[in-house]
Each structure stands twice: as structure tokens, then as C-alpha cells.
Write a protein that binds this ligand. Structure first.
Ligand code: SF4
Length: 386
């Protein structure tokens, strides 16, 4: 196992409810199943032709990610497609078994007994990206909301069940509730379907909601309504929310803290305002420069090139180094250490490390010297808490 690239510490604002320690997920590539793609990946991973190496080929989807979600807090996980965000959410929901690492709910390790798994499933609910495929097209809203209530013994058939369902619809602002009970998914808009999906998750009174790109399939005009609904659920019900997105602007709007992931690793973590106002990792800077900003006068200058790396054989050292405009020799050789760049704000980048020698700090072979003059927030501001 590689060294953790970044370990996020619990926010100062509240006790930790759900914590992940060193979560790693490697998906094996099944060469024997006959896929030409798998065989090609295996050959690429074992360039010397060593078949024993090729047999152990894995996709390094998530690597040593630690994360702490505070009670009634909203944490956003931001990154491009393939960065491991959704795999992380599925591990937190216990739909995918981690290769290694530990999950703690209320400070207790999540056990594998059937009773504990059921309790965990009630406490930690996942909302999926596409509400059209996450709802069953042959069932109406009443069925979707009644099922979790009945399965978990939270309501009995009869008038009480209908009241509970209507209460759920009101909570997600689908009113008058009577009008929605008999509707099928194809009879509702994308925003209404996503509200029903959220109501279904709320049926079992969860304490943590893992929202995996909940607005990316929706029209821009109705995204804000869903984001505001998540904010209301936190304010009103004290729900802890993990908001997964590739849109750093919406993460800033909604979240208290932002975790930036690249190629399966966390590269920057901190309070949302600090991360977006003072991005310290070149990948975060790239994400921000690509985000639409109506207040920006100048067109964005994109700092970075290329595409995400193969996760079958990820780049050595810093995984961002093939794309990074500031890459140094050390970046291709060693995993960057965590550096504190502000109050509660951490960055895994050699630009913020102290004591590099001249050889380590020389530009990567074939690259011009384009390092920034000096990181403006490489050390905590005087008076800031550390
Ligand atoms: Fe990675 Fe080096 Fe670029 Fe920092 S400067 S992001 S460590 S390649």
C-alpha cells in the first residue's frame, strides 16, 4: 500500500459522525473473461511481458482516502470523471467492500453482522445521480415510498402509511402530496423524480445522506432547487451530507468543506471558501479556472493539459505530474507530503513542502520552468489556528 497522500482532519465545528480511515479500492481486471480491453490493460501494466505481473492487474480506483463527516455538516467531494468519487460514496454506503481501510459510525467500527449492516443502511443512505433509472418505472410514487417504511417496520399498512408517505413528500416540497401519490416516474420532471428519490432515502430516517452527483442529470434551471433542498435538510433536520460533484462552483455554494480528488486520491481539503478563494493545488486551480464565473472579466487561462491517467498503472510520485505545469523532478519520484496551507486547509503538493534541494526542485525533464514565484499561503497566516 502506498503512503496516504492526504489525511483530512475532522472539522472543528462538530463531532464526527461518519469517518473513513485509509479507504482503498482496487478492482481486479479479469483477463480470463476474454475481454480484449482487459488483455490490453494487462499487457500495458506488465510491459516486460511478465505474465505473473499481468495476472495481478488491478484498477487503483481509490487509494488511502481518509475523510471525516461532521454532524449536520455538508462536505463536498469534487473531481472529474474517474477520480474515484462515486466509488468512495459506494464504499461509505457499504455497497462496495473496500480492499482495505476502516469505516466508523459514531466512533465505532462498522461491523459485518446482519443486524449492524441493517442499522448502518438506515443511518447512511445513498442518493444516486440519475433519478429516472434509480426509480422503478412500473411503480408509482406511493409504492416507492411505502416500501422502505414497511421493510424497516416504520409504518403499518393503512391510513398511517399514507400519512407517512405524504409527510415525506411534503419534506421534499412535493405538494400537494395527494397529487403525486399515484404518479409514475415518466409522469414527473427530472427535478420531481430526484425529490422522490431523496424522499425515499429520508423514509428510513437516516443521519447521513450520500448524494452522488444529485443534480448533474437535471436541467440547469432546476438544479438550484435540489441544492437548496439539501441545504434545508441539513438546517431543518440536522442531516449530515456528503455532496459529490464535478462542479466546484456548486460545491462552494452548498458545502462547508471541500475535498478535491484526483485519480483516486485526495489532493486538497479545507473549508469551502478557503479552497475556492486560495486553491493551493494545481489541479484545484485547473478545476476553478474551468468553472463558469459570471464575475470573471478575463477569459480563464487553463493551467494544465492532457487527460486523466490510467488507473491500472497510475503515474509514479504525484499522479498529477504528467499534466501539471509546475512539475519538478521530485514530483515524478515521490508522493507529495501533506502541507498545511491555511487554517484547516491541507494540500498534497511538493510546491508547499520545505527543504527541497536543487536537484529535486529542477523542472521535470522536457518542461520549461513555470513554477509559480512562491506559494502565497504555504504557511498558516500569523494568528491562524493550526
Ligand atoms: Fe504534483 Fe508537483 Fe504539480 Fe504539485 S507541483 S501538483 S506535487 S506535479
Amino acid at each position: 500500500m502506498t503512503e496516504p497522500i492526504l489525511t483530512t482532519s475532522p472539522p472543528e465545528t462538530g463531532p464526527v459522525l461518519l469517518e473513513a480511515r485509509g479507504l482503498t479500492k482496487h478492482f481486479p481486471v479479469h483477463r480470463e473473461r476474454g475481454s480484449k480491453r482487459a488483455a490490453r490493460l494487462a499487457r500495458r501494466s506488465a510491459p516486460t511481458g511478465d505474465s505473473s505481473q499481468a495476472r495481478g492487474v488491478v484498477v487503483h480506483a481509490v487509494e488511502d482516502v481518509s475523510l471525516a463527516l461532521s454532524r449536520a455538516g455538508i462536505t463536498a467531494v469534487v473531481g472529474e470523471s474517474g477520480s474515484g468519487k462515486s466509488t468512495l460514496a459506494r464504499m461509505l454506503a457499504r455497497l462496495i467492500i473496500p480492499t482495505s481501510g476502516e469505516l466508523l459510525l459514531d466512533g465505532r467500527t462498522a461491523s459485518t453482522s446482519n443486524r449492524d449492516r441493517r442499522e448502518y443502511a438506515r443511518d447512511v443512505q445513498l442518493v444516486l445521480q440519475d433519478p429516472f433509472s434509480s426509480l422503478n418505472p412500473v411503480h408509482d410514487v406511493r409504492y416507492h415510498l411505502a416500501r422502505p417504511l414497511l421493510v424497516h417496520g416504520l409504518a403499518k399498512r393503512g391510513a398511517g402509511l399514507d400519512e407517512a408517505i405524504k409527510g415525506l413528500l411534503e419534506r421534499v416540497s412535493l405538494s400537494p402530496a395527494d397529487q403525486f401519490l399515484g404518479k409514475y416516474p415518466h409522469e414527473m420532471s427530472g427535478g420531481q423524480r430526484q425529490r422522490v428519490a431523496i424522499a425515499r432515502s429520508l423514509a428510513v430516517t437516516p443521519r447521513v445522506l450520500l448524494a452522488d452527483e444529485p443534480v448533474s442529470m437535471l436541467d440547469v434551471s432546476i438544479r438550484l432547487g435540489i441544492l437548496n433542498l439539501l441545504g434545508d435538510l441539513r438546517e431543518r433536520d440536522g442531516l449530515t451530507i456528503l455532496y459529490i460533484t464535478h462542479d466546484i462552483a456548486s460545491a462552494r455554494y452548498l458545502a462547508d468543506d471541500i475535498v478535491v480528488m484526483y485519480a483516486g486520491q485526495v489532493v486538497e481539503y479545507g473549508p469551502a471558501q478557503s479552497v475556492t478563494d486560495h486553491p493551493s493545488h494545481p489541479y484545484t486551480q485547473l478545476l476553478l479556472s474551468a468553472a463558469p464565473d459570471p464575475d470573471r472579466v478575463e477569459p480563464p487561462s487553463l493551467q494544465g493539459r492532457g487527460s486523466p491517467p490510467s488507473l491500472v498503472s497510475p503515474p509514479s510520485g504525484c499522479r498529477f505530474h504528467p499534466r501539471c505545469p509546475h512539475a519538478m523532478a521530485v514530483c515524478a519520484q515521490q508522493t507529495p507530503p501533506d502541507a498545511q496551507v491555511g487554517s484547516g486547509h491541507l494540500s498534497a503538493c511538493w510546491l508547499h513542502a520545505q527543504g527541497l534541494d536543487t536537484d529535486q526542485a529542477r523542472p521535470l525533464a522536457g518542461r520549461p520552468d513555470s513554477r509559480p514565484p512562491a506559494p502565497s499561503r504555504s504557511t498558516p497566516d500569523p494568528g491562524e489556528e493550526t
